[in-house]
Ligand binder design. Structure first.
Ligand code: OSB
Ligand code: MG
Length: 350
């Protein structure tokens, strides 16, 4: 039997400048922070992971300080000496800590990376093997992922158009624009007029309430692929009231933290699309469950990101290569985020 025993876990909190900061409805992080995780095993295999916790508790409650505290004080001490025969067993090893999915994801990613190495498979092939068959279809990696880019709130529509032009030339297949009240309808109108064909979506990061449903309905005129997380970050019910009132598909990001959330959201009609962000759901074990649920039920999904460094992004890319991931993912090339990144060679779009 092949197993891995955890010997040591090292954390590297890092901070690096962003090539372009991302302005959202909840603010703008000054630079990129993350905790890189190095997991050593008795078998001599070392796995890498990344907890993409941020500076401010704006997108998630887990700041980098909280994640470091929880990992070093409560999670890592209990992991030393744990023997795993399957990567998903790491979930039970961390279940004494409630919540803190972004922190746990860093450990999870390192465990999946180590197991892929143990089985001598690239992570993409290892994920395919773990997902197995769905409805008789083997989940063999596509060998690629289609990607889009997330563009922050700018000063005016003209400068947004210039950025979109540049991103389209670079090969991005979908444009996602961050919105907030007052930076929404005119923006969509201006972008649609300039780029009638582009695959366009908006991400509100919870900036509206159900009272805005009439207002949000105006967005139906701009042929949007979806609107991401219009209502509160922890809500599913109100989204289920909003979705029937607008034609644009709602995609949930913040609200989906487990496969149960995804099942509830789909059953209530709160969204038609799911942004599966591995760090937000606590890692690849829950990600595989959400992936299976979506593919089994014909729910469109894509892989989101948290401006991960090359370490976190490489695993997200491997997951995004699964065949059921049909919509473009937030997985931009290195030069969109960093100069240089922590990994080599850089990620490029082909
Ligand atoms: O809401 O999808 C989001 C980045 C950090 C936190 C939340 C979000 C984002 C992005 C960018 O939109 C995604 C990426 O390019 O990694
Ligand atoms: Mg989002």
């Amino acid at each position: 039997m092949s197993s891995l025993t955890i010997r040591k876990v090292e954390l590297y909190p890092i901070a690096m400048p962003l090539v372009e900061r991302l302005g959202t409805s909840f603010g703008k992080e000054p630079f990129k922070v993350a905790i890189l995780v190095q997991l050593f095993t008795d078998e001599g295999i070392m796995g890498w992971g990344e907890s993409p916790a941020e500076i401010y508790p704006g997108y998630a409650y887990e700041t980098i300080g909280i994640a470091l505290h929880v990992l070093s004080q409560f999670i890592i001490p209990t992991l030393i000496g744990c023997t795993l025969t399957q990567p998903d067993q790491i979930v039970a090893c961390m279940s004494h800590v409630r919540g803190h999915p972004i922190a746990k994801h860093g450990i999870e990613q390192a465990v999946y990376d180590a197991f892929a190495q143990l089985h001598q498979l690239p992570l993409s092939a290892y994920f395919s093997q773990l997902v197995g068959e769905i409805k008789g279809v083997p989940q063999t990696s596509k060998g690629f992922a289609t990607v889009g880019v997330s563009i922050g709130i700018q000063d005016d529509v003209a400068s947004t158009l210039a950025i979109i032009e540049k991103r389209l030339q670079q090969g991005y297949q979908r444009i996602k624009l961050k919105i907030k009240p007052g930076w929404d309808i005119e923006l969509a109108q201006g972008v649609r007029a300039a780029f009638p064909e582009v695959m366009l979506m908006l991400d509100a990061n919870s900036a509206y309430t159900l009272h805005d449903s009439e207002y949000l309905r105006q967005l139906d005129d701009y042929d949007l692929l979806m609107i991401e997380q219009p209502l509160p970050y922890n809500d599913i019910y109100q989204h289920s009231k909003l979705q029937p009132q607008i034609e644009t598909a709602i995609c949930l990001d913040e609200s989906i933290t487990t496969v149960d959330d995804a099942m509830l959201a789909i059953e209530l009609g709160a969204c038609r699309i799911i942004n599966l962000k591995p760090a937000r759901v606590g890692g690849f074990t829950e990600s595989i469950k959400i992936y299976r649920f979506c593919v089994e039920n014909g729910v469109a999904l894509w892989i989101g990101g948290m401006l991960e460094t090359g370490i976190g992004r490489s695993a997200n890319l491997a997951f995004a290569s699964l065949p059921g991931v049909t919509l473009p993912c937030d997985l931009s090339a290195t030069d969109r985020y960093y100069d240089p990144d922590v990994t080599e060679p850089p990620f490029v779009i082909r």
